[in-house]
Design a protein around this ligand. Structure first.
Ligand code: GTP
Ligand code: MG
Length: 249
């Protein structure tokens, strides 16, 4: 079993909260309201995967050859993947945006069946020799939320989500991949705290994700990422910015 390697988020504060960046063999979740920056964080990860200085690893973790040829799969359930944004972020770092796009497989999923199938296909791609090191699902829950409405469908939805999460976990574990998921939130009344925001998917998603963040807007271009419920790390907050350059301190 190989030890973990890490990928910078673009923000050193956020990397610090993660004890060194996005971790392989784990699922990292970014949840938050619309416009808080989940999709931007996901785009930046695809760009950073193509930049050696943003990968923290040595030979025993991941070989230089694997780093050199690392590829990402971006499962896009909302049609919000933007090639031109990838190019803009890449150019801001002085790297070739077209190289990033060549090494990012974008799969547009129109429903939860397609989404689950694409996650399963990643395993096949890897077996066929594709060096996939980053798997993104943006967003994890929107298709499920649209298709399984009402209380009566909840257990079916959760079962399916659970299967999806276990496929993602397997990819992370068996192939030393970083898995990143984005998620929406719902507001729930809470006796002590008033309205509490919660990531969609309940315990099924909660237990499968190793690192969970709530993202929220700060002043101007600032964003606040709060890590919570992590088994190994303390709850902590990081502030970063989203500008035309991408995600940075
Ligand atoms: P939903 O998918 O709707 O739930 O939102 P999200 O959390 O994915 O938000 P997203 O990542 O799409 O963030 C959108 C925000 O990022 C915008 O409101 C801008 O503040 C910022 N943003 C996106 N693109 C750019 C850009 O090219 N330049 C700058 N300066 N900011 C950008
Ligand atoms: Mg989004």
């Amino acid at each position: 079993r190989k030890s973990v390697w890490r990928l910078s988020t673009g923000s050193s504060e956020l990397d610090d909260v993660l004890a060194g960046g996005l971790e392989s063999q784990s699922i990292t979740e970014f949840a938050g309201l619309f416009g808080c920056g989940k999709t931007q964080v996901a785009h930046q990860a695809c760009v950073n995967l193509q930049s050696r200085e943003n990968i923290f690893a040595d030979e025993e973790h991941i070989s230089e050859e694997e780093i050199e040829n690392a590829k990402a799969v971006y499962i896009d359930t909302e049609g919000t993947f933007r090639p031109e944004r990838i190019i803009q972020m890449a150019e801001a770092m002085g790297i070739d945006g077209n190289k990033v796009l060549d090494n990012t497989f974008v799969a547009r999923a129109y429903n939860s069946d397609m989404q689950m199938l694409f996650a399963e296909k990643v395993e096949e791609l890897i077996k066929d020799g594709e060096n996939i090191k980053l798997v993104i699902v943006d967003s994890l829950t929107s298709t499920f939320r649209n298709e399984y409405t009402g209380r009566g469908k909840l257990s079916e939805r959760q079962q399916k989500l659970g299967r999806h999460m276990s496929v993602l976990n397997k990819l992370a574990d068996l192939h030393n991949c970083i898995v990143m998921i984005t998620n929406q939130v719902s507001a729930k009344p809470d006796a002590f705290f008033g309205i509490q925001e919660q990531a969609i998917g309940g315990n099924i998603v909660g237990h499968a994700a190793t690192f969970r963040f709530f993202l929220r807007k700060g002043k101007g271009d600032k964003r606040v990422a709060k890590l919570y419920d992590s088994p190994h790390l303390p709850d902590a907050e990081a502030i970063f910015r989203i500008t035309e350059k991408g995600i940075h301190d």
